[in-house]
Design a protein around this ligand. Structure first.
Ligand code: UT7
Length: 332
């Protein structure tokens, strides 16, 4: 699906994030599995990640991220009319995290709440859905939250995955604004045949007809995911920009899902985006799936790298295999 959004009436107006207190460094991981700080840094760009406490769950991180957003931007929550939470690690299959966040924030009874499942692409999908709800005049203010407690589904005896993932939440407010809309154009792609390469088992014993490991933990064929991610972004980004008469050189910033710095380097070198234009959150937080893009945006803003008016490309990609790239104008 590719869509121009010439009449977007939605503006991203506020952002907040939260990470758990506990830091898990590469040196800590050396004591758990056969690995080294050097290997992890060189292969992934990750130095440390945050890990939720035993009694801390995705909904807790969501609430704190929204509290941070409120504190930073003095936002009123009373008139929010929809909450979208992207997560692969909900507190429970149901009720949704969004419904629990709705309750704990004391939102209006008439506000909708929904979780979406699109792994590491979920936050960008959520933004697009918020834009659609607002531009179609069904809503005026939508909270979009990307949040994960991936440590709960990480196998800390598997060195190929446990060095990658971390816990975090990021929230943005999208609101009606026809004068300064954020959303320009988007493309989404799906390849369900690659689902077997990155999964966490649930109630079924197979994916795409193939038997899977049923331990309730994240399982990944890293090399395959790496190749699919690079191939997909290199194929999809230039045409998306070309539809707007742009080239990668016109972007002020590129904010891909922070999975692995080498995936991003490979994409940037192939399509011609200098690495100085990339915002990457995994150095300090690891791969936080749905939360990685809002973390990168907020830290980028606070560091003065991301400024109002910047032309920014967000690219989410991950388990499914799903991908969404959305071109926006930064409006905070
Ligand atoms: O967010 C969702 C999307 N996920 C991703 O985008 C992840 C994509 N994949 C990756 O990031 C990378 O594939 C990994 C970081 C997971 C692995 O890096 P790689 O360069 O693809 O390594 P590899 O799987 O090709 O393994 C190279 C070697 C292997 O040893 P042999 O077979 O060459 O002897 C592995 O056993 O590195 C070994 N290895 C490790 N060594 C030290 C694998 N994990 C580790 C480790 N420490 N933690």
């Amino acid at each position: 699906m590719t869509s121009a959004i010439p009449v977007s009436q939605a503006r991203i107006s506020a952002i907040g994030t939260h990470v758990p207190e506990r830091v898990l460094t590469n040196r800590d991981l050396e004591r758990l599995v056969e690995t080294s700080d050097e290997w992890i840094v060189q292969r992934t760009g990750i130095h440390e990640r945050r890990i939720a406490a035993n009694d801390e769950f995705t909904s807790d991180l969501c609430v704190k991220a929204v509290e941070n957003l409120v504190e930073r931007h003095q936002v009123r929550l009373a008139d929010i009319d929809f909450v979208i939470v992207s997560t692969a690690t909900p507190d429970a299959p149901f009720p949704s995290v969004a419904s629990q966040v709705h309750h704990r924030l004391g939102l209006s009874r008439t506000a909708g709440a929904i979780d979406i499942s699109a792994a590491c692409a979920g936050f960008v999908h959520g933004l697009n859905m918020a834009n659609a709800l607002i531009t179609s005049e069904q809503c005026r203010k939508v909270l979009v939250i990307g949040a994960e407690t991936l440590s709960k589904i990480t196998d800390y005896t598997d060195r190929t995955t446990c060095i990658l993932f971390g816990d975090a939440a990021g929230a943005v407010l999208v609101e009606h604004d026809s004068k300064e809309p954020s959303f320009i154009r988007s493309v989404s792609t799906t390849d369900g045949s690659a689902g077997i390469h990155l999964y966490c088992s649930g109630i079924a014993d197979r994916i795409g007809g193939k038997p899977i490991l049923r331990n309730g933990k994240l399982v990944q064929n890293g090399r395959e995911v790496f190749k699919i991610a690079v191939h997909t972004l290199v194929r999809e980004i230039p045409p998306l920009l070309a539809e707007e008469g742009l080239t990668p050189g016109d972007l002020d910033l590129f904010v891909p899902h922070s999975a692995n710095i080498r995936i991003i380097e490979a994409v940037c070198s192939r399509i011609g985006i200098p690495m100085e234009k990339v915002l990457f959150s995994a150095t300090r937080y690891g791969n936080t799936s749905s939360a990685s893009i809002p973390l990168a945006l907020k830290d980028g803003m606070d560091a003065g790298k991301l400024k109002r008016g910047d032309l920014v490309l967000l690219s989410g990609f991950g388990g499914g295999f799903v991908h969404t790239s959305t071109l926006i104008r930064w409006t905070i």
